[in-house]
Ligand binder design. Sequence first.
Ligand SMILES: Nc1ncnc2c1ncn2[C@@H]1O[C@H](COP(=O)(O)OP(=O)(O)OP(=O)(O)O)[C@@H](O)[C@H]1O
Ligand SMILES: [Mg+2]
Length: 457
Amino acid sequence: MLNILVLDDEKVFRDEITEFLENDNFKVFSAEKPSEAFSILEINEIDVMILDLRLPEMDGIQVLQKVRQAWPDIEVIMITGHGDMDAVIQAMRNGAVEFFPKPFRLLDMKAAIQRTKRFINLNHRLKEIKQSYNFLSKELRENVGYEIIGNSNAIRQVVDLMSRVAKADSTSVLITGESGTGKELVARGIHFLSNRNSAYFHAVNCSAIPDTLFESEFFGHKKGSFTGATEDKEGWFEIAHGGTLFLDEVVEIQPNMQSKLLRVLEERKIRRIGAANDIPVDVRIIAATNQNIKKFLEEGKLRNDLYFRLNSFEINIPPLRERREDIPELLNYYVKILSTKLNRKVKGFEASLIRRLQSYDFPGNVRELRNMVERAIILSDNETLTIKDFAFMGISDMEELFLPEPELEIFDLDEIEKRVILKALERSGYKKTEAAQLLNITRQALDRRLEKYDIDV
Ligand SMILES: Nc1ncnc2c1ncn2[C@@H]1O[C@H](COP(=O)(O)OP(=O)(O)OP(=O)(O)O)[C@@H](O)[C@H]1O
Ligand SMILES: [Mg+2]
């Protein structure tokens, strides 16, 4: 059984459609004004919303934007005026699944609802999966005090591996992934989820250590053991004793130093420079790199034995462009926390911004997204971020797709939509994923329309 909400100011229409759909084993809620609809949405699990464009209080597109943002699982069917192409384009950009010009046949509406049903069932399943995953992220939130954002399979798998290896107390971990994908974030997560979390997590950037200081930094020294050693000094292994030592850019360590490091990992003790005795150390090593390890191995820059020691457990974090479904949540997260941190009045963002950002490749991954949002928030004078605030990254140029053919005046909304889709397909060489990106709609939304218009690709 599906819960349907009808928002339309015309009572006759509401009554008619309610009666028709209720006969069909749908539960129908109806509202005259947006405010009324929002109160219904707050307390009921609505699956499909039938939304009129012309409404009191605010227009249908604004309602659509708000619904997509606050209740993204709801499928919205828009009722538009006849020949109102602008509205269709707006509605499509904002994620409506179907459009009906008034008057329409109630039977057609029912068919449209049936079509969305498949996707709704899928959404329900997804929600169940998410709930079990959220349990993990709650554990993280409470223990770590920060969040790992994202619900893609890739991120869920990373979180799963994280929490498993966290319990394996001294297993070394190797984290790989492009720059800005969250390697250090994951390393901290492992530390905080482990029994080592009351001792230090000590992060070291290996590319920044001069060779001459390597031993003294890692192992410490006795006062007077070399020129400049004016005090006894404890090394990083001692600092991280009982905790975790994070070796960032581990491939940058010089090979002769790598063997010294390996020895410590094997013998679990260090000796400060100039000291007479060994000191036992209990440290978990988490190493990371954004470089191509295979290449470093082949060129002999990374010792095989160290590599085998470190990679007993590898976690790879895929780049953001391979998990674009994490972008909305990350965007939401950064808008919220950065606006507060920067003390700006930005409160949210335009729904269509999501799709625009999802079509961008983010070579700098999450860090780039974060910096981009930070910059947009600083530059924006409004409460709502729009694509204009991101103009510096040069996403745009899809408007052209939506221009009507000059010599034709079409009044059939379906016909217009179909043509736009065909054009996008043509433009993208009939690659569906690319066409969907061009249209700024999801791949599923495109599939639905291909089915509706009987277009074979
Ligand atoms: N899934 C995520 N959720 C929230 N924040 C994230 C996520 N992934 C990355 N970040 C944030 O992105 C920024 C970059 O992450 P991090 O420093 O861990 O990347 P890195 O992989 O170590 O990059 P590099 O290779 O350049 O050192 C940080 O501010 C981090 O908090
Ligand atoms: Mg890093």
